[in-house]
Design a protein around this ligand. Structure first.
Ligand code: DQA
Length: 142
């Protein structure tokens, strides 16, 4: 069975009450439930990890080496700042899909650049929770 690691970055644990006009009114737990449900439908094993700390995200990416066949990552604000997360993803070399709930290209200018996009095979944004489902399907088919 394919094993996929889903990583969510800072403030995504606040889903539901964080800027609902942008990120929706469904909770982080609802997102995790949806991801886990979709994984079982697709017949893949999934682990979902969230952290507000850049170093913890990097540790988790490094630990994925040899244990997972793919990564789905929403690095949240670190998308736009973290060379270290980009380097970690390049270092482990796993197929990676980048997901954003909102459409980062139609928001503030500083959100238009993504370090992670320099490595990710595919970037899905502006599709809400559905972006994670599409990412899992992509990694499954790959
Ligand atoms: C986000 C977009 C980022 O710009 C922002 O910092 C986030 C969430 C998204 O899912 O739309 O925290 O990654």
């Amino acid at each position: 069975m394919k094993k996929i690691l889903v990583i969510n970055g800072p403030n995504l644990n606040m889903l539901g009450f964080r800027e609902p006009a942008i990120y929706g009114d469904k909770s982080y737990n609802a997102l995790v439930d949806q991801i886990v449900g979709e994984a079982s439908r697709l017949g893949v094993s999934v682990e979902v990890f969230q952290s507000n700390h850049e170093g913890e995200i990097i540790d988790r990416i490094q630990q994925a080496y040899g244990h997972y066949e793919g990564i789905v990552i929403n690095p949240a604000a670190y998308t736009h700042t973290s060379v270290a997360i980009l380097d970690a993803l390049k270092g482990v070399g796993l197929p990676t899909v980048e997901v954003h709930l909102s459409d980062i290209n139609s928001r503030e200018d500083f959100r238009k650049f993504s370090y992670v996009s320099l490595y990710a095979e595919k970037t899905i944004c502006g599709k809400g929770f559905g972006g994670y489902i599409e990412a899992l399907e992509y990694l499954c088919r790959r």
